[in-house]
Design a protein around this ligand. Structure first.
Ligand SMILES: Nc1nc2c(ncn2[C@@H]2O[C@H](COP(=O)(O)OP(=O)(O)OP(=O)(O)O)[C@@H](O)[C@H]2O)c(=O)[nH]1
Ligand SMILES: [Mg+2]
Length: 617
């Protein structure tokens, strides 16, 4: 969370011109890098401030993963104009956030990687921008990359605008070429410049000035900032009128109800942070406290004569997972927060700031159904909870099925895979098994670009298989398309698992003996318990194995034979991989230091009984 500077500026020093622009793109195309460079160049870094890369991706998870999770506002002064820039996340799970925050902008920078070209999320965000009537500037980024193809990518993007029904005016977009990483933007990719001023000038020349609307106050709360000290801070663009600190206002809720309230503190964006102000003018983007229990989409309006603004669309969750307390034999060994009360409080607290998340009670006080926008959206919460010291268990992720006109419908996604030509048939096989339909197959540089339509169910767990089949070379991206009638059963995980019979420490000798039965997820010395999943079986059924037995030391040469052991390194799952791996009768056990897989029923007889029961149903 950027630091708030408590400078009391009387008024925004520059009352004349404001430009509001959102920067949108597919994941990893370089948005945050570009915004950082713009900030850098507009000289916002005082000498003692860290000037490392990607200062904007400021929470731990964002930094570690190199992705943006939350949209962020920054602001620079350039040639006497204030430019508010909204950096958005590129991952499909956060697409709803992009659509929403775009409401605060009068134009967008569409960033496209000069090698990859338009990807599924490029199409999605551009579609939203075009429909919302925004003017765009195309930035073809990463032209420093070898094998990049800026001209071809430019033509592809033009076709995309055309196919998305852009107006004549929108089709007439300016194009800027450059390298965010190297910090330059230019009209021509063959002639690098030394800075990003060409882009800033293009913004000033092409993005309309924020209109100054006279009249009573109207701000729609579009996003929120969260501070552990202040709590929730509303963020929105002043559509009409001016806003002042301590001003009495009326809040028009989504359902039309009106709530009297008062603005407390008021901030505008400045560089990476915010500054406290006494008033802010029409067209600017501001943040404020004082409105109790606000919701996204609420309009903050005149105290006497409130006028609401049209409600905005908020994305529905697409996936759910059962979160339950840890009841494995190792519960409480690692975490600080382990009870159902802890879990409940933490999940409901999350709802205050996580806009696309929902939590539902189940029949049991130990379990909650958590609804989110996809695996990444849910895993970000889980990873955060681990770091805070929680232990919990997760059930298999489920896509949300809808009944439409009496017919069972499921979410369908567009999936693109870029892969070396020789691996393309393997990818097509894997995707077809999961009810994917091939739409397009064409060359892209020295790769083959393949596009499919596939049920969301089929994508869960697919990435791992595709990467294995292509020696890690495939680049995959997917994006929700629509709900369509149920496509029928999809084969689940093909392999069975190896399940531990005993409690204790895994022994190298025993693991070694079982290596022909499958691949292990544990290594010697790891503590395991009965019912824990310790490997993948080479056959489709599950196998209970004992890996806690030491070799019987019958003679002195025993240690010599141990030297011959060549244990294949264990398969280490990331959190997301674990979430995608498990089946309906399994859990992922999460603690601050461990990710373990287990059967829900730890005891073999019970497992069999419950399995038969399920089959009978
Ligand atoms: N070669 C090259 N790499 C770049 C360039 N711009 C960004 N990158 C790299 O691309 C990766 C992604 O950059 P980010 O700026 O985090 O991308 P982003 O679009 O903000 O990603 P999300 O927020 O996750 O959607 C980083 O490793 C950058 O260093 C560029 O111009 N050239
Ligand atoms: Mg980013």
């Amino acid at each position: 969370m950027p630091k708030i500077h408590y400078l009391c500026a009387l008024k925004n020093s520059n009352m004349s011109e404001i430009r509001n622009i959102a920067i949108i793109a597919h994941v990893d195309h370089g948005k945050t890098t570009l915004v950082d460079k713009i900030l850098h160049q507009c000289n916002l870094f005082r000498e003692n401030q860290a000037t490392g890369e990607l200062i904007l991706d400021n929470n731990d998870l964002e930094r570690e993963r190199g992705i943006t999770i939350l949209a962020k506002n920054v602001s620079v002064q350039y040639k006497g104009t204030k430019i508010n820039i909204i950096d958005t996340p590129g991952h499909a799970d956060f697409g709803g956030e992009v659509e929403r925050v775009m409401n605060m902008a009068d134009g967008v920078i569409l960033l496209v990687d000069a090698f990859e070209g338009p990807m599924p999320q490029t199409r999605f965000v551009l579609q939203k921008a075009i429909t919302a009537g925004k003017k765009a500037i195309l930035v073809i980024n990463k032209v420093d990359k070898p094998n990049c193809r800026p001209e071809e990518v430019h033509d592809n993007v033009f076709d995309l605008f055309f196919n998305l029904d852009a107006t004549e005016d929108q089709l007439d977009f300016p194009t800027v070429y450059g390298s965010s990483k190297q910090g330059w933007m230019s009209p021509d990719y063959k002639t690098p410049t030394t800075d990003v001023t060409y882009l800033l000038d293009t913004i000033i020349a092409n993005i309309p000035t924020a209109p100054k609307r006279e009249g009573t106050l109207q701000i729609q709360i579009t996003s929120l900032d969260y501070s552990s000290f202040i709590g929730r801070i509303a963020v929105g663009r002043i559509f009409r009128g001016i806003i002042k600190e301590n001003m009495p206002v009326s809040v028009v809720k989504r359902d039309g109800r009106i709530q009297k309230s008062r603005i407390k503190e008021l901030f505008i964006f400045d560089g990476l942070g915010k500054i406290k102000v006494v008033e802010a003018e029409t067209g600017d983007i501001c943040a404020f406290t004082g409105i109790e229990g606000f919701e996204i989409g609420d309009t903050v309006a005149d105290f006497e004569n409130p006028e609401g603004m049209p409600t905005m669309h908020i994305d529905e969750p697409t996936m759910s997972m059962l979160f339950t307390i840890n009841n494995s034999p190792f519960f409480g060994k690692d975490g600080k927060f382990v009870t159902s009360r802890h879990l409940r409080d933490r999940l409901f607290k999350e709802l205050e700031k996580n806009l696309a998340m929902r939590v539902e009670e189940t029949g049991s006080p130990d379990s909650y159904l958590v609804f989110g926008r996809g695996i990444l959206h849910l895993s970000v919460l889980i990873e955060t909870m681990r770091r805070e010291g929680y232990e919990l268990q997760l059930g298999q992720p489920q896509v949300i099925i809808k009944e439409i006109d009496g017919v069972k419908n499921e979410p369908i996604e567009v999936l693109t895979v870029d892969v070396p030509q020789e691996s393309s048939s393997k990818v097509i096989d894997l995707v077809s098994q999961r009810k994917g339909n091939l739409l397009i197959m064409e060359p892209k540089g020295d790769l083959t670009h393949i596009e499919f339509e596939i049920p969301s169910r089929g994508i869960i767990g697919l990435r791992n298989n595709v990467l294995t089949a292509t020696a890690g070379e495939a680049i995959m991206a997917h994006r929700f398309k629509a709900y369509e009638p149920w496509k029928g059963p999809i084969p689940s995980r093909i392999a069975g698992v190896l399940i531990s019979k005993d409690k204790g420490s895994a022994v190298a000798y025993s693991i070694d003996k079982l290596q022909d039965r499958g691949k292990f997820f544990i290594e010697a010395g790891e503590e395991i318990y009965p019912g824990m999943i310790i490997g993948e079986h080479i056959r489709p059924d599950d196998l209970v194995v004992n890996v806690c037995t030491e070799k019987q030391l019958t003679n002195m040469r025993a240690s010599g034979t141990d030297d011959k052991m060549r244990i294949v390194p264990k398969i280490k799952f990331s959190l997301e991989e674990a979430m995608e791996y498990i089946q309906g009768d399994e859990y992922v056990e999460i603690t601050p230091t461990f990710i373990r897989l287990r059967k829900i029923y730890l005891e073999e007889n019970e497992r069999k009984r419950m399995g038969k029961k399920l089959e009978a149903q």
